[in-house]
Design a binder for this molecule. Sequence first.
Ligand code: SF4
Length: 365
Amino acid sequence: MDPVLEKDPSTETLSFLNKKVSRRDFMKFCTAMSALLALPASFAPRMAEALTNAKKPYLVWLEFQDCAGDTESLLRATKPTVAQIILDILSVDYHETIMAPAGFQAEKSLMDVVKNNKGKYFVVVEGSIPLKDGGVYCCIGGRSAVEIVREVCGNALATIAVGTCAAYGGIPAAQPNPTGAVGVKEAVPNATVINLPGCPMNVENLTACIVHYLTFGSLPLTDKLGRPYFAYGKRIHDNCERRAHFDAGQFVRRWGDEGHRRGWCLYEMGCKGPETFHNCPTIKWNEGTSWPVQAGHGCVGCAEPYFWDKMSPFYKRLPNPPGFGVESTADKVGAGLAVATAAGLLIHGIGRAIFEGKKEEKGGE
Ligand code: SF4
């Protein structure tokens, strides 16, 4: 296959010279990225041009209270994809799980990026940040996660919070939230943060954010929860391949029953697709092979804030509004859950208020 982008082999520009990516694959990638970003296909050549000549941005990847699932998502492709190469050729100067240096040397590389590139580097944060008891529940190199994140994200061009833990606190923030876990934006309110929630985030969406920046010089538009519209603008339910069965009132009633074997709707088995916003059904996982609902399991709503408290029990169906079972009532499901969500958030807020009150009583931080 023809190597592409043979011009400009400088280390300061994106170059695929040694990456064995054909022009055809590269243009396919640019076309797919245009589609993912909801841009017309005519943007693909502009994207290709921009990616060829863009300056290589610095990027540091921080991990706090997490399971490393987002790093797994980044690394687990079965073969090197163009998307991986895009991420690979960023100047990734710090990533605890995959970098060779350790200890003092590693922490120095992080601080060198912060000091020498103020306002010019990206941060990817994976995992939540504990605030309780001065942040003692997550420390790296003798510093608390909250201290690190305030310095590193506070001086960055932008932070991409990957996974629900980094975006909203995730599972560590589930009640009773013993460490006082929060997402990046709550820990560093003045930082520019884009959220890519999900357990884990889909690396295609991370790539698209970086490609958008390299092409247009800005991050994609986001909703009130800091999520890019291109990836979180539509409900899972609206793009689900089982939707016709929902509209026809054909539901799985028991695992392994005839409806399950025939691919019917999983709503009765607890699917949270009607109340979850994500592009899972369209980009899928493992290079577009499948996604949970296609594999036969309902959506658990992992991309929504406080999903562990708000969406559980996972195997119980959403509130059942009158007339449910036809397409016209689907939005009422969302309205019903919005009330439940508000109640859940109120409880969460009360929990936090109690926690804050206790802190004050104890003369806490
Ligand atoms: S309820 Fe779940 S399985 Fe059924 S159509 Fe909606 S997203 Fe798909």
